[in-house]
Design a protein around this ligand. Structure first.
Ligand SMILES: N[C@@H](CCC(=O)N[C@@H](CS)C(=O)NCC(=O)O)C(=O)O
Length: 215
């Protein structure tokens, strides 16, 4: 029987990968539909599901949901499989905080500036802007420092527990460290680097590796 779950997204989107990591961790079967949000003509049908034209959107039967942290929490609650949302108040606060930190302060500098300019653009034959990379690395230090403090405290990002925070952060770090400057910046934050060394080996990360396009 065809799966009732569809993930519409762009193969190289870090947010698309977050949703995929959650689906893999929960053991949910799903089909994918490729939508490039950067293309000139995003299909009108897609914009009905996502009025902001971003990716991804998850559909479960007739139920559609966009915003990746909502997708992650929905998948966690709607399906069997390991529990990815802690209930203890302080631990839950840390999970929410990690997701919010990386969305609000990390995605733009670490993915859109550092990864896109150092790794993705050259892969598709576009020119990298060194000033963007420098600005992204400068901004990443505060983000990595805050996340390192959370990892050091040990409620989440300890390399043993596995929550929505790990699912959300890991694809961002995976892109960031593909740039030498990103890998160097992470090294300065020992607890976070130790977390990454463990989490990057998980099956859900390995099997959702998007690779790079060819120019
Ligand atoms: N707040 C959204 C962010 C999603 C997002 O920004 N996705 C990027 C791809 S990684 C996108 O669709 N970008 C298209 C654009 O910026 O026009 C979420 O949590 O799902």
């Amino acid at each position: 029987m065809a799966s009732s779950v569809t993930l519409r997204g762009y193969r190289y989107s870090v947010y698309n990968r977050i949703a995929r990591v959650v689906l893999h961790e929960k053991g949910v079967e799903y089909r994918t539909e490729e939508i490039d949000p950067f293309a000139a003509n995003v299909p009108k049908e897609y914009l009905k599901r996502h009025p902001f034209g971003r990716v991804p959107v998850l559909s479960h039967g007739k139920f559609d949901v966009f915003e990746t942290s909502a997708i992650a929490r929905y998948v966690n609650a709607a399906f069997e499989g390991p529990e990815l949302m802690p209930t203890e108040a302080a631990t839950l606060a840390r999970v929410t905080q990690v997701v919010s930190i990386i969305d609000s302060y990390g995605y733009r500098p670490m993915v859109r500036q550092v990864f896109s300019h150092r790794v993705f653009r050259p892969a598709v034959g576009e020119v990298a802007d060194e000033a963007e990379i420098t600005a992204g690395i400068d901004a990443s230090h505060t983000v990595l420092g805050a996340l390192n403090n959370i990892a050091k405290e040990g409620r989440v990002l300890d390399g043993q527990s596995f929550t929505v925070a790990d699912c959300h952060l890991a694809p961002m770090i995976a892109y960031f460290v593909q740039a030498d400057e990103g890998a160097g910046a992470l090294k300065a934050h020992k607890n976070l680097a130790d977390w990454w060394a463990t989490v990057s080996q998980r099956e859900s990360l390995q099997s959702t590796e998007p690779g790079l396009p060819r120019s």
